[in-house]
Ligand binder design. Structure first.
Ligand code: FES
Length: 174
């Protein structure tokens, strides 16, 4: 069992889940064209990577997202004291950004924060008095107990992780 560092705000998702030919919603760039442009920039020595960097955070495909993470290591993700009943939070656990909710005293749920639309980092939010996991890129909303999308362009649920309460901790199986 290992422990995780709790963070108050989400961090950008890693770029390693980029889909080969899925276009970026913001600029239409695919991974292939991104790599080709990167090679061209390197060849001519032009340091104009701002647009490419901004776009890579969005270039992902929901086709790659499993509905439930299959793992085997229960890991301390967040202390219960930091997650009151009815609360939700973002945590960093061994390099993964996870969303955790606690709808009831003895009930917790954990999900990947990688949006199943195009891979932006989803974060807890309250909108119109309702708790949601919200994506800042194109407005997808996900249920905080099931991960199911119910607003915006995402069609697949957030990848769920097995979560449980163990003493003073929420354990997530990585
Ligand atoms: S990346 Fe498009 S809604 Fe999240």
């Amino acid at each position: 069992m290992t422990s995780a560092q709790h963070t108050a705000s989400p961090t950008p998702a890693p770029h390693d889940q980029h889909d080969g030919d899925a276009p970026c919603g913001g600029c239409g760039t695919t991974r292939r064209t991104f790599l080709e442009r990167g090679a061209l920039i390197g060849a001519v020595g032009v340091a104009s990577t701002v647009g490419l960097t901004a776009c890579t955070d969005e270039i992902r495909s929901e086709d790659n997202a499993p509905s439930h993470h299959v793992g085997g290591t229960p890991t301390q993700a967040v202390q219960l004291a930091a997650l009151p009943t009815g609360g939700m939070t973002t945590v960093q656990v061994e390099g993964r950004t996870l969303l955790i909710s606690r709808p009831d005293q003895d009930e917790v749920h954990a999900f990947s924060a990688v949006c199943t639309h195009q891979g932006c980092t989803v974060a807890p939010a309250t909108e119109n008095g309702e708790d949601v996991f919200s994506c800042p890129c194109h407005g997808s909303h996900f249920d905080v107990t099931t991960g199911e999308p119910y607003a915006g362009p995402a069609k697949k649920p957030l990848t769920e992780y097995t979560a449980a309460i163990d003493g003073d901790w929420v354990l997530v199986t990585l």
